[in-house]
Write a protein that binds this ligand. Structure first.
Ligand SMILES: Cc1cc2nc3c(=O)[nH]c(=O)nc-3n(C[C@H](O)[C@H](O)[C@H](O)COP(=O)(O)OP(=O)(O)OC[C@H]3O[C@@H](n4cnc5c(N)ncnc54)[C@H](O)[C@@H]3O)c2cc1C
Length: 602
């Protein structure tokens, strides 16, 4: 008989970041019993690192903004592969979600007349990001956490879920372990919300925390849910590149929003050389106009440094490849130059970007108010994830919901900065509401003890294995994804990656760990590794299937966008023998009203 501790709730939320906490708050407010599980401590989820802000058309800083412009910006950023209904709901509901957060105690930066201040960000036509300096995620987490605790959530900290349990088609529980003691737990629930974040740890250079091992995606996929848009992995253009120990740590887009410029080693602002036609009408064609935009001139167009992330990342890569990069293989991001334009620039920079100032000072001994930073692309965000229904966030598996970075649809081929935090609020709320509704309409399901015993055996297998340890395999996998399925992709390289991934599967199957079950990070890594391998394979297969360049996917062998690939999303299911089964899922026709908005905003 398996040995485990049992818990029973109406709604179980896996993940305590912005999406998970927002879902839990909503479900709890609907009067059902809610538990939240997190791999780390409450308040430490990845959302806490979010810097720049929450995108919402509040129109506080520029009164021309409204949900229609936000909708059009999001669709253009996503290269029209977005779930248009999600983009519509998101643009309409984000302002109210931000106000709600404010009502629960979030302290945003303010306009002179006391409203929530909004800043510029890439791909957003108007200043749209509600923020708290460059520590917005911290404020969001603090607020949601306080609110949730008062609603009486049960929080399980330092627990990891390793599989979902089903009763027929329906999901009815989650099996996992507590990291401290290594004991097994069964969480029975009528509805489950996945809010586990992204997959950044599949790559060597990433801004993502250790928790980002694609668990939610693998859990959903193994339980029979479809995953969508797996080819679209966002590489943020500006991560730290020096010293090596800090490589990948994010440098917020807020630096560019506040006037920071990108230069190559010749001192040239290379972003003016390459403005895509889709954005030509909205982008400044001279430095003066770009500067005026960052200072709030409503008649100026945004500087090319604020083009979408995929584009800026590729331009940086090109500068480096063609020998015009900085000494450590990136380019220069300069905010110090604004001293030529405004008095007290160092104080201004420290006030607007306090975390960036400290990050560079402490980690690289660089004073960003005096000299430029060296930056380069870093794996940042997963547009792909669990396929969900736009209204309810339910996946293909009844009772299983997903929200936040682990869900797909809103961002299409590329996410705009700031649209993740708003995504967490809008769709976290919806997932919580519909999960509670589902829980009220269903009773607890039955968990099959044989399946539970099999899961327990699988989880303990690394202790019996005698193969190499999991860390070496994980590093090799990260190198493979970085080198062969990175910013620029080709068929040959991706086929090589698939071949290696097959080898990693075998190695991971036999990966051995020693010691006991208490705080055994080798054991934890051996289990996480299986998820990383699943998502790495699916990213590679989807990227091979999309024979074009669009948004975050750039294929050197198919360098242009193809009309033939504009009408569908790639969705992958686990086939009967465990194989990945890919489908091209047509995007439903958009209503005329939304089409018209896109036409008007072109
Ligand atoms: C440095 C940085 C800055 C950013 N800045 C911004 C910004 O300014 N604006 C913006 O919109 N976006 C920003 N982003 C992106 C944004 O922060 C993330 O997309 C977002 O926070 C994801 O939130 P989430 O709730 O989906 O997941 P997370 O906040 O990552 O939470 C995931 C939770 O799931 C738990 N979990 C995972 N797997 C398991 C498991 N197997 N069992 C149990 N629990 C599990 C984790 O422990 C964690 O609690 C930034 C990202 C980074 C890295």
């Amino acid at each position: 008989m398996p040995e485990y501790i049992q818990h029973e709730h109406d709604v179980l939320v896996i993940g305590a970041g912005g999406a998970g906490l927002r879902a839990a708050v909503e479900a709890s407010a609907a009067g059902v019993k809610v538990a939240v599980i997190t791999k780390s401590l409450l308040g430490k989820a990845h959302t806490v690192m979010a810097e720049g802000g929450i995108a919402a058309a509040l129109a506080n800083t520029d009164d021309r903004d409204n949900w229609r412009v936000h909708f059009a910006d999001t669709m253009r950023g996503g290269q029209y592969l977005n779930n248009w209904r999600m983009a519509e709901l998101h643009a309409k509901e984000a302002p109210q979600c931000v106000r709600e957060l404010e009502a629960w105690g979030a302290l945003f930066d303010r306009t002179p007349d006391g409203r929530i201040l909004q800043r510029n960000f890439g791909g957003h036509r108007y200043p749209r990001l509600a923020h708290v300096g460059d520590r917005t995620g911290l404020e969001m987490m603090r607020t949601l956490q306080d609110h949730g605790i008062h609603l009486g959530l049960d929080v399980f900290m330092e627990y990891t879920v390793v599989s979902l349990m089903k009763d027929g088609d329906r999901v009815v529980g989650a099996f996992g372990y507590d990291r401290e003691r290594g004991r097994f737990h069964l969480f029975r629930a009528k509805a489950i919300v996945l809010a586990t974040g992204g997959i950044g740890r599949a790559y060597k250079i990433t801004s993502n925390s250790w928790e980002y091992t694609g668990d939610g995606l693998a859990l959903a996929y193994n339980a029979g849910a479809g995953l969508q848009d797996m080819e679209f992995v966002q590489f943020h253009p500006t991560g730290m590149i020096w010293p090596p120990s800090v490589r990948g740590i994010l440098v917020t887009e807020g630096v560019r929003g506040d006037g920071g410029v990108l230069r190559n080693k010749e001192g040239r602002r290379f972003m003016f050389d390459s403005i895509p036609p889709l954005y030509a009408g909205q982008t400044a064609d001279n430095e003066e106009e770009g500067w005026r935009y960052t200072q709030g001139d409503k008649n100026a167009r945004r500087p090319p440094e604020l083009l979408t992330r995929d584009h800026v990342a590729r331009c940086i890569r090109q500068e480096v490849r063609e020998g015009r990069g900085s000494p450590h293989g990136g380019v220069f991001l300069d905010i110090a130059w604004i001293k030529e334009r405004i008095p007290n620039a160092p104080e201004h920079i420290k006030k607007k970007l306090p975390s960036m100032y400290h990050q560079f000072k402490q980690l690289a001994d660089i004073d960003i108010t005096a000299v430029p930073m060296e930056v380069g692309p870093t794996t940042h965000y997963m547009m792909g994830g669990v396929r969900v229904d736009a209204e309810s966030q339910m996946s293909d598996v009844p009772g299983l919901f997903a929200a936040g970075e682990c869900a797909a649809g809103l961002h299409g081929a590329n996410r705009l900065g700031g649209n993740s935090l708003s995504d967490l609020l809008v769709f976290g709320k919806r997932a919580g509401e519909y999960a509670a509704r589902f829980a009220k309409e269903h009773s607890q399901g039955k968990v099959n003890p044989d399946e539970l015993a099999a899961e327990e055996r699988r989880a303990l297998k690394p202790f019996e294995n005698e193969g190499a340890g999991p860390y070496a395999i994980q590093y090799e996998l990260q190198d493979t994804m970085q080198d062969l399925v990175g910013i620029v992709r080709t068929e040959d390289e991706m086929l090589r990656a698939l071949h290696k991934i097959e080898e990693f599967k075998t190695k991971a199957e036999h990966a051995g760990v020693s010691g006991h079950r208490e705080y055994n990070s080798g054991w934890h890594t051996a289990l996480d590794l299986q998820n990383l391998i699943v998502v790495s394979e699916l990213v590679t297969r989807a990227a091979l299937e999309r024979k074009e360049s669009r948004g975050a996917q750039f294929r050197d062998d198919y360098p242009t966008k193809s009309d033939g690939y504009s009408g569908f999303n790639i969705v992958v299911f686990k086939g009967p023998s465990g194989e990945a089964s890919l489908r091209r899922e047509p995007i439903p026709p958009m209503p005329d009203e939304l089409k018209q908005i896109i036409q008007e905003m072109k």
